[in-house]
Write a protein that binds this ligand. Sequence first.
Ligand SMILES: CC(C)(COP(=O)(O)OP(=O)(O)OC[C@H]1O[C@@H](n2cnc3c(N)ncnc32)[C@H](O)[C@@H]1OP(=O)(O)O)[C@@H](O)C(=O)NCCC(=O)NCCS
Length: 179
Amino acid sequence: MTPRIVPETSLTSEQDAAIRAALCECFPVDREIFAATRSWHGTYPTWSVLVALEDRVIALGGFVEREILVGAERVRAAGVQNVLVVPEHRKSNLFRQVMSAAMEESFRRELDLGLLFCTRDLARVYGWLRWRLLEGRQVIRVDESGRFQPLPEKNVTMFYPLRRPDIPPGDIHLLGNDW
Ligand SMILES: CC(C)(COP(=O)(O)OP(=O)(O)OC[C@H]1O[C@@H](n2cnc3c(N)ncnc32)[C@H](O)[C@@H]1OP(=O)(O)O)[C@@H](O)C(=O)NCCC(=O)NCCS
């Protein structure tokens, strides 16, 4: 059960359906959205990390490559979109394997840093994988009507150093909608 990197451009319709089934199972609140599409706020991943067992996706990460603005600097981010492990395969190291494969791939693609938004509870779990919590930064997205909006307060922001050893100072502008 080795994680595979699958670019969005080479995803098959069977893989698309298998990913959406896993998303519906692991994010029941958003089931209606994921039954129809994998895009979140209009954004598809640039590539995904898949762990499949027969025809089923049992672990997944979606990664959005985006140039964003941090303070006055443009940086190339690997935005973490949907990470999941289906219930019966949890606590079996798949989460770590997916995230490690993704950060290796992001480094290979010469991205500057990883960026994710999650609940404060989950920050502890990403922290085990060396993701760092970013406190006191405003994160701005561009909503569907083109307005600048802050991300919801329930989310925390975390980053992972890749080609850049640290994140520049300043607020973060996603230069598009969130993922
Ligand atoms: C988050 C997830 C991918 C972790 O996979 P996993 O195989 O359980 O990962 P690990 O075994 O390495 O770590 C599990 C730890 O994360 C904790 N955890 C899992 N989901 C959590 C959540 N939603 N909030 C807080 N903690 C959570 C577990 O309690 C466990 O901590 P413990 O060892 O102290 O009990 C999996 O639980 C999942 O798919 N959850 C539903 C989808 C989701 O919330 N994805 C994350 C979006 S950012």
